[in-house]
Design a binder for this molecule. Structure first.
Ligand code: DQA
Length: 152
């Protein structure tokens, strides 16, 4: 059975390409999906790519990922939680509870931006953190999931 990698995108990432292109670049979310698909093919994974503007939906998906990871169907999650990164204790608790490896991802280098982006509720429960590599960071994060899976 081909294992799956789950890529979750949070609020406002549907606007990628038109939203603050100086910060996030000109690539659309569809471009990011294509890039993730290519990265997954390289690793022999199937891609499950989603976006939601709703915190609860992201939480439901993390729970679902926990079950899929436990049953061996899923290698892990790449999560760009958008601004929920900085606000969501509920997402923190969901990741902790689901016991699924999560790579926190940001297109921009959040640490070089406004101070309110420097704190993350995701980082303490993430297996790894990726920030500042533009949309190519998604491909790096998928390679990172594969690396972690091989290392055990
Ligand atoms: C982001 C950084 C967050 O601070 C911001 O709220 C986003 C996108 C990034 O990908 O760089 O929505 O997660």
């Amino acid at each position: 059975m081909m294992k799956k990698a789950l890529v979750l995108n949070g609020p406002n990432l549907n606007l990628l390409g038109t939203r603050e292109p100086a910060v996030y670049g000109a690539h659309t979310l569809a471009d990011v999906e294509a890039l993730c698909s290519e990265a997954c093919t390289k690793q022999g994974y199937a891609l499950d790519f989603r976006q939601s503007n709703h915190e609860g939906e992201l939480i439901d998906w993390i729970h679902e990922a926990g079950e899929a990871f436990a049953s061996g169907e899923l290698v892990g999650v790449v999560l760009n939680a958008g601004a929920y990164t900085h606000t969501s204790l509920a997402l923190h608790d969901a990741i902790k509870g689901a016991e699924v490896p999560v790579i926190e991802l940001h297109i921009s280098n959040v640490h070089a931006r406004e101070p309110f982006r420097h704190h993350s509720w995701i980082s303490p429960v993430a297996r790894g953190v990726m920030a500042g590599f533009g949309v190519r960071g998604y491909a790096l994060a998928i390679a990172g999931l594969a690396l972690l899976a091989q290392a055990g």
